[in-house]
Design a protein around this ligand. Structure first.
Ligand SMILES: *Cc1c(COP(=O)(O)O)cnc(C)c1O
Length: 234
């Protein structure tokens, strides 16, 4: 058994344990393997262990990796999720090559992705990224802007609004990790009550997965716990 497949098994076990503690079904929580900075061979190893969804932050790195994986394993069907900051000049390639985008924080970027989504592909699944820690330097739309943005995105034909994503400030205890997730969960419920058909709460990474699952995470984005430490500052 490879290290990556053992790590994946351990992450699935942690998800199951956190779900049990939260009286939830583990099947409600999907695992996004964040493969940024790791090469195509790591993706293939994870795919061989049954992982199908991969998250990437950097467009060029992701496109190179997708091409290498396709060349090595022509029949392999993977879902690619873009989870990094989006510049306007990158939207076309993102719309053409990804299945999901988690990091939408502005209407203009959403509009471009919708217009540039190729007609032969299904609508691009998207999450609105929310800044729940409230710091000016952090990515994400302010929670107060979320309803207006979410309704605007929900009306865009090239997109399918699936839910919310957030990356809170690191915190050292379970309860401190949980607090911002709770805020996001409440916002998620409010938007659903306003009639938006959201099914995805994209929260939780290697270190705060259990707190996110306690607050309703339906997709955890895990890199380090699967692939190991990243060796450069990405
Ligand atoms: C890198 C990254 C992750 C994974 O973080 P780990 O701590 O390695 O699990 C998740 N989400 C986003 C947006 C990231 O950039």
């Amino acid at each position: 058994m490879s290290l990556i497949s053992r790590n994946l098994q351990a992450v699935h076990d942690s998800i199951a344990a956190a779900a049990r503690t939260a009286s939830r079904e583990a099947a409600e929580i999907s695992l996004l393997a964040v493969s940024k900075t790791f090469g195509p061979e790591a993706v293939i190893e994870a795919a061989d262990a049954g992982q199908t969804a991969f998250g990437e932050n950097y467009l060029q790195e992701a496109l190179d990796k997708m091409a290498a994986v396709r060349a090595a394993r022509p029949g392999l069907q993977l879902d690619w999720h873009f989870i990094g900051p989006i510049q306007s000049n990158k939207t076309r390639a993102i719309a053409e090559h990804f299945d999901w985008v988690h990091s939408i924080e502005r209407e203009k970027i959403a509009q471009r992705l919708s217009e540039q989504r190729p007609a032969h592909l299904p609508p691009l699944n998207v999450c609105l990224q929310i800044n729940i820690s409230g710091e000016a330097s952090k990515s994400g739309a302010a929670p107060e802007q979320a309803p207006e943005l979410a309704h605007a995105i929900a009306g865009m034909p090239g997109l399918r609004l699936r839910g919310l994503m957030a990356i809170p400030e690191p915190a050292d205890t379970f309860e401190r990790q949980r607090a911002p997730f709770k805020q996001l969960h409440q916002l998620f419920d409010r938007l659903r009550m306003q009639g938006l058909a959201l099914d995805t709460l994209s929260i939780g990474m290697s270190v705060d997965m259990a707190a996110a699952i306690a607050e309703g995470a339906t997709m955890v984005r895990v890199g380090t716990a699967i692939f190991g430490q990243r060796h450069y500052a990405k």
